[in-house]
Write a protein of this length. Structure first.
Length: 139
């Protein structure tokens, strides 16, 4: 059974809050600077690594493996984001880095019909807050 707008908003808020907590202990990998800015605006203040910084996926994986034993993949949920997520997961796993893709899967399931990328999350959450009739100023 699909979630209503309030349930979707609550699930998103909880997932983003948990992502923010996890980001204090392991990096969250996003595709671009706008994705990082979007997560920052939602209160994710820990380690966020931008994939599209001119480095290859392999170089990014090696850099992460040199600093962390675990990472969160939070690429967009479009086709390109899926391909990048698989490439990152393969590369990091080969370098003995534990990979978490659950946040990406959860958010994708909650918002797929509304937005296709990380940078669209703040606007969606504001819209859901407004439609819920009692906006919650979390960002």
């Amino acid at each position: 059974m699909p979630l209503d707008q309030n349930e979707t908003l609550e699930a998103l808020e909880e997932t983003i809050k948990e992502l923010g907590e996890a980001s204090k202990f392991m990096p969250v990998i996003v595709e671009g600077l706008k994705d990082r800015m979007a997560l920052r605006s939602l209160g994710v203040n820990g380690n966020i690594i931008v994939l599209n910084d001119g480095s290859s996926v392999l170089a990014t994986c090696e850099r992460i493996a040199g600093q962390w034993s675990a990472a969160i993949i939070f690429t967009d949920w479009d086709q390109k984001g899926g391909e990048l997520a698989h490439a990152l997961e393969d590369g990091l796993t080969q370098l003995d880095v534990s990979v978490d893709t659950e946040y990406r899967a959860t958010v994708s399931m909650l918002v797929k019909k509304d937005v296709k990328d990380v940078e669209g999350l703040p606007a969606l959450m504001r819209r859901l807050q407004t439609m819920s009739g009692h906006p919650r100023p979390i960002f």
